[in-house]
Structure formats: structure tokens, C-alpha cells
Design a protein around this ligand. Structure first.
Ligand code: S3P
Length: 191
């Protein structure tokens, strides 16, 4: 685990976060499944930005990408995240490109505690190449495209408040690892 959080941020109180926790990371990292389990451990609501966008637009993310383009999707994503971070503490999983958008990243940094779910490249590739639901990977050479995206994104993901390695263990263990990392962050503030 590595941490970039500011020392003035309080993180957990009685195992619940005092601010929203935002899970970031590459497609296939398990943000949604781990996020749901983490929200259960913390007894706070769980949200997923892609699901919120789809519900509001009445269309699938892949269709928004193909019909309206990435820029429009990023705007919808930013507004969904601003709305979701405007309320009480929760766990929010965001799409793999959300933290790459400067304005969205600034909102996440201001309102939430960000956690990068870092997963080994081979595990990610095996997961994402199994489905065709990722608009970025539907063209030619999806493996190459994925590797390029990963190398562009990793330095930006590393700006998250916490980085937790979530390689291939059961979902609940990854959720517990994040809890422990949040607790460790709290302990290092109070030590
Ligand atoms: C994207 C990741 C997807 C989704 C959209 C764009 C990306 O979410 O937001 O297809 O830019 O990496 P997941 O990370 O949940 O797959």
C-alpha cells in the first residue's frame, strides 16, 4: 500500500468513512465488485458512475460512446460524479478514464478519498479481453490499445490518495485490504 493523502484528512470513524471513498483504476480491476463489498463492510451506500450515467441517459455506455463520442461521455461522467460526491459518505466506483479528466480528478481530490485498485497487467488483460463491452477495446489490436492506455494512465492513477494492490484474490479480501489501508492511514495520522 502507498499513500499520498494529506495529514489533515480524517478517514474512518467506527469503520465508516467520513467522506466518500472513490475507487479508481483500469477496466477489469474489479472496481464495481470490490466497491460493493467495501460499501457493505463500511455500511455506506454504493454507487457506480457508469451505472448512474446509463440510468440517467437511458442508454448503455458503449452506445453513448459510439453515438455521441468520448467527449460527451466524459461530460456526463463528470456531472454524475459531481452529483454523487455532493451527498453523504459512500463508496463510488468510477470508470477507468474518469480520473484522467483533469476537472473530474480535481472534484474527486477535493470531495473524496481516492483509492487506486492496482492490478497486474496480465490479470487485467485476461479479464477485459473476455468481453466486448469496452468501447475502447472494440477496434483492431485491443491488447496493444490496452497496453498503451495502461502506460498513459498509471502515472495519473498514482496520484490517488491511496494505492492498494488487488491482484487476483477473492473480492471480499480485496475489500478488506482497502479497509485495512484506510485504517492504516488513520492510524498513521493519530500515531
Ligand atoms: C472506460 C472504462 C469503462 C467505462 C467506459 C470508459 C475507460 O468503465 O467508463 O467504457 O475509459 O477506461 P470500467 O473501468 O468500469 O470498465
Amino acid at each position: 500500500m502507498t499513500a499520498n493523502y494529506g495529514m489533515n484528512k480524517s478517514i474512518l470513524k467506527n469503520n465508516s468513512p467520513t467522506r466518500p471513498v472513490v475507487l479508481i483504476g483500469m477496466m477489469g480491476a474489479g472496481k464495481t465488485s470490490v466497491g460493493r463489498a467495501l460499501a457493505g463492510l463500511m455500511s455506506v451506500p454504493f454507487f457506480d458512475s457508469d451505472a448512474e450515467i446509463e440510468a440517467a441517459a437511458g442508454r448503455r455506455v458503449a452506445d453513448i460512446f459510439s453515438d455521441c463520442g468520448e467527449a460527451k461521455f466524459r461530460r456526463l461522467e463528470k456531472y454524475a460524479i459531481i452529483r454523487l460526491l455532493g451527498g453523504n459518505a459512500c463508496v463510488l466506483s468510477v470508470g477507468g478514464g474518469a480520473f484522467m479528466d483533469e476537472a473530474t480528478r480535481a472534484v474527486i481530490k477535493e470531495k473524496a478519498l481516492s483509492v487506486w485498485l492496482k492490478v497486474d497487467k496480465e490479470i487485467l488483460l485476461e479479464r477485459v479481453l473476455r468481453t466486448d463491452s469496452r468501447p475502447f477495446l472494440n477496434g483492431e489490436n485491443p491488447k496493444e490499445k490496452f497496453e498503451t492506455l495502461l502506460s498513459e494512465r498509471e502515472p495519473v492513477y498514482a496520484l490517488a490518495d491511496l494505492t492498494v494492490c488487488c491482484d487476483g484474490v477473492p473480492i471480499i479480501e480485496n475489500a478488506q485490504k482497502i479497509m485495512d489501508a484506510l485504517q492504516g492511514a488513520l492510524n498513521s495520522q493519530t500515531a
